[in-house]
Write a protein that binds this ligand. Structure first.
Ligand code: GLU
Length: 396
């Protein structure tokens, strides 16, 4: 611990998704062909009409500060999108555009969480949720699930975690890292629980909304019993292959939206103006490129399931969406592979990076140390190549 740094830097862990991606890049820079299954990033290019909109925005002079909460026409497009796709009613003054959905979530946590407040998070969860809550001096409270119940936390288990300190329920569906998506009925059961607790806010991260293989996406904010306490998070990174553009947004009760605007007024002055114009094109344009990408993700999911099935001892769920799978690799804990003793899935990830040159993220970071998160947003040739190597490296 470096005492020159503020204590808060030590309240939370480094992002393991980004750490593994960095390690993969470092190895690649040494000339090693590394297959990166660690980072959740579409391998597709941003659709052409969105790129054109960004170029036009520069030519049209959108190179200055935007309003802190985002351009009004973009907030209107988000409001229309919420109504059209999700049946959610958020007016433009309830919408804030931010620098990626990650920033949107951090804003909401900073706006609502006081020291000691509890945030219920179904486990497994996206790496940054727990760390963001800790950064705000809140306390993450996890509701466990596992591969046998498809990594979904039933409403009864969520209710059992509620205390008089609970301030927020934070979840993603489709879920990063498991790919599980809650059905309308399951969400209704969760909404029915929170109807009884009017002081708890629900933060619904729907960034993988469009990457759903089984059904139409459902939002918890559609249930009127809780709608006025739901903050819906979304963005363009995953659906439109726009990770680097860094645009996320929220629909929230107006007082929360105002607080988020105030926060980012001091942190960023608002999101990138050109990326906001590109986002307007994404949200008002055709969803055909998104559908085509989703069809590819489905093929890849099926390929990954088939390839995982060839590895003894691995138990995998069947993801409903997103582009992740979260198999249980506990079979290998305690085993020795090529002279390396594996004592955790973190060890296993390092071993597979070094020996198979495939990078993946240990489930530890997502709340389940028996699992590994595999991001399959990669073409089938590279996926097959990666699994050939993984299979060989895991042969005992
Ligand atoms: N959300 C992606 C992931 O889970 C991007 C990396 C990150 O921000 O953690 O891999």
């Amino acid at each position: 611990m470096d005492t020159r740094l503020a204590n808060r830097v030590y309240y939370f862990e480094e992002s393991q998704t980004l750490e593994m991606a960095k390690k993969a890049r470092e190895l690649s820079a040494k000339g090693v062909k590394v297959i990166n299954l660690s980072l959740g990033e579409p391998d597709f290019a941003t659709p052409k009409h969105i790129i054109e909109a960004a170029k036009k925005a520069m030519d049209d002079g959108f190179t200055k500060y935007s309003p802190v909460a985002g351009f009004l026409d973009l907030r209107q497009a988000v409001s229309d999108k919420f109504l059209r796709d999700n049946g959610l009613n958020y007016s433009t003054n309830q919408i804030v555009i931010s620098t990626g959905a990650k920033h949107s979530i951090m804003n909401v946590i900073l706006a609502l969480i006081n020291p000691g407040d509890e945030v219920i998070i179904p486990n497994p969860y996206w790496v940054s949720y727990s760390e963001m809550v800790k950064l705000a001096s809140g306390k993450p409270v996890f509701v466990p699930s596992n591969v046998t119940n498809n990594y979904k936390s039933p409403a009864s288990a969520i209710e059992a975690a509620i205390t008089d300190k609970t301030k927020m329920f934070l979840f993603s569906s489709p879920c990063n890292p498991s790919g599980s998506a809650y059905s309308k009925q399951e969400l209704k059961e969760i909404a029915d629980v929170f109807e009884k607790y009017p002081n708890i806010f629900i933060v619904s991260d729907e960034i993988y909304e469009h990457i759903n293989f089984v059904s139409k996406h459902e939002s918890i904010g559609q249930f009127q019993s809780v709608a006025d306490r739901v903050i819906t998070i979304n963005g363009v990174a995953k659906a439109f292959a726009m990770t680097g553009w860094r645009i996320g947004y929220i629909g929230a009760p107006e007082f929360i939206a105002k607080a988020c605007e105030k926060l980012q007024g001091q942190f960023t002055s608002g999101a990138n103006s050109i990326a906001q114009r590109a986002t307007l094109a994404a949200l008002t344009g055709s969803l055909e490129p998104t559908k085509a990408m989703t069809a590819e993700y489905l093929k890849r999911r099926n390929l990954v399931l088939k390839r995982l099935d060839e590895i003894p001892g691995v138990k995998a769920n069947v993801p409903d969406g997103a582009f992740y799978i979260f198999p249980d690799f506990s079979y290998f804990i305690g085993k020795t592979l090529n002279g390396t003793k594996i004592i955790s899935t973190r060890d296993l990830c390092y071993y597979l990076l070094e020996v198979a040159h495939v990078s993946m993220v240990s489930g530890e970071a997502f709340g389940n140390p028996e699992c590994i998160r595999i991001s399959y947003s990669l073409n089938e040739t590279d996926l097959n190549f990666a699994f050939d190597r993984i299979k060989e490296a895991l042969t005992i």
